[in-house]
Design a protein around this ligand. Structure first.
Ligand SMILES: Nc1nc2c(ncn2[C@@H]2O[C@H](COP(=O)(O)OP(=O)(O)OP(=O)(O)O)[C@@H](O)[C@H]2O)c(=O)[nH]1
Ligand SMILES: [Mg+2]
Length: 402
């Protein structure tokens, strides 16, 4: 706008509405009131125009910054470890940024535990109450001696039911579109803000604890959206449940291998179910949250030779139904990091007959043959080496699985 005014000719000036004369009674077709309205409208138009100029200039700056930054696209099937790599990048290059998000991961880890508990209870229910009644296993067990597994299960469900209520509340908050989600799934990064802003009780012992607790009763706040107190109160029962040999045997017989599932924290309950718990770096990397859609994460490198460089990492949801949404993001990346987990005896969650390694191979071929990626640097990253080692050590053979 400005430059146009500067360079405008005399005749331009006469047609420029911003330079139009104010009312002086010389225009017989315009009352004073009309002239004031016209001037106000012109001033408003000028304000809007300046705002648009400012936004355009900011967008241009951001685009220029982005153009100079490092841009990486993470690809791979669901559960291949894309979001975990992103967390590891942030931990290594932007530790302050990583630290600032530590508290929100606590809730995700708690949700991971609640999801495991739900799966255990559903499995036990299918075993012990196959028709919703009170059918008991036929073998005599220590659980039976303690009052029968059916009763134990009912007591457990009662004790843990507040956790499922809180879980539903948190999921409503951070993934409202995911009505039937069996695990935490999020779109974008807003969930971190939503989680950190939700009202909660401060940790017991802190200066604000008494104050907040007086304003609202502890049970109301906790029952709404913070599982900490219920988890702490049920800690011994959860540990007992997890360590019960009958439960372990039932899970194994029904093919529920929680240890191999993402977001497994059942062996860490004693450490996690405490009011003071803050996740360790390893907890954060292991926490499972399913990515939905495509999200760009921006951070500034805080240390090393590239300090102050802008890094843009695009993370995508890897399940089969989401892969079609990747293509528009192939443009404009310097490198694609393709994650191929070496879990050769596992199948896809969304297609239980498809071997993970075979799926990775097909996907990798598709990516490599994409004309849109002809100029991109492709990095193939074999992931989950520890899973490969454990699987091989257990005697599982590749030739029998693929
Ligand atoms: N054992 C083991 N687990 C890993 C490794 N890398 C990632 N994981 C776990 O695998 C699970 C899935 O990892 P994510 O990073 O969430 O997978 P993703 O590719 O982002 O999955 P989507 O978001 O569904 O596309 C998480 O619980 C991780 O902790 C690894 O090297 N070894
Ligand atoms: Mg992910």
């Amino acid at each position: 706008m400005k430059s146009k005014e500067k360079g405008s000719s005399k005749s331009d000036k006469s047609s420029n509405p911003f330079l139009a004369k104010q009312w002086n009674g010389s225009n017989p077709n315009e009352t004073e009131e009309e002239a004031q309205t016209r001037v106000r409208q012109l001033q408003e138009a000028q304000r809007v125009s300046k705002e648009i100029d400012h936004n355009l200039s900011e967008t241009k700056k951001a685009l220029e910054k982005r153009r100079r930054g490092v841009k990486i696209l993470l690809l791979g099937q669901s559960e291949s470890g894309k979001s975990s790599v992103l967390k590891n990048f942030q931990r290594a290059f932007a530790p302050k940024h990583f630290e600032s998000e530590r508290a929100v991961w606590k809730t995700i880890i708690q949700l991971n535990i609640i999801a495991s508990l739900r799966l255990i209870i559903e499995t036990l229910k299918a075993e012990w109450e196959p028709s919703g009644g009170s059918a008991y296993p036929t073998t005599s067990t220590s659980s039976e001696a303690a009052g029968g597994p059916g009763r134990k299960l009912r007591r457990l469900r009662l004790t843990l039911s507040p956790l499922f209520f809180i879980e539903a509340n948190i999921l409503k908050l951070i993934s409202p579109g995911c009505k039937e989600c069996r695990e935490v799934c999020v779109r974008g990064t807003e969930w971190k803000t939503l989680l950190s802003k939700r009202p909660r009780l401060p940790p017991p012992g802190s200066a604000d604890f008494g104050l907040t607790a007086r304003r609202r009763s502890q049970s109301v706040i906790n029952h709404e959206n913070d599982p900490t107190s219920v988890l702490c109160a049920s800690r011994d029962e959860i540990i007992d449940l997890w360590e019960d040999p009958v439960v372990q045997e039932t899970l194994e017989r029904r093919g529920v291998y929680l240890q191999q599932m993402p977001g497994f924290f059942m062996s860490d309950i004693a450490r996690i179910a405490t009011p003071e718990y803050l996740p360790t770096d390893s907890d954060i990397v292991r926490a499972r949250i399913r990515t939905v859609g495509v999200e760009e994460h921006h951070f500034v490198v805080e240390r090393g030779v590239d300090t102050n460089s802008d890094v843009y990492i695009t993370d995508v949801g890897g399940s089969r139904s989401q892969r079609a949404t990747w293509v528009p993001y192939f443009d404009d990346v310097q490198a694609i990091l393709f994650l191929a987990p070496l879990a050769f005896n596992q199948t896809l969650q969304e297609a239980v007959r498809v071997n993970r390694l075979e799926d990775s191979l097909l996907l990798w071929r598709e990516i490599c043959s994409s004309k849109l990626l002809a100029k991109a640097n492709l990095i193939l990253f074999f992931n989950k080496m520890d899973v490969l080692k454990t699987t091989l050590a257990a005697g599982v053979q590749v030739k029998n699985e693929m």
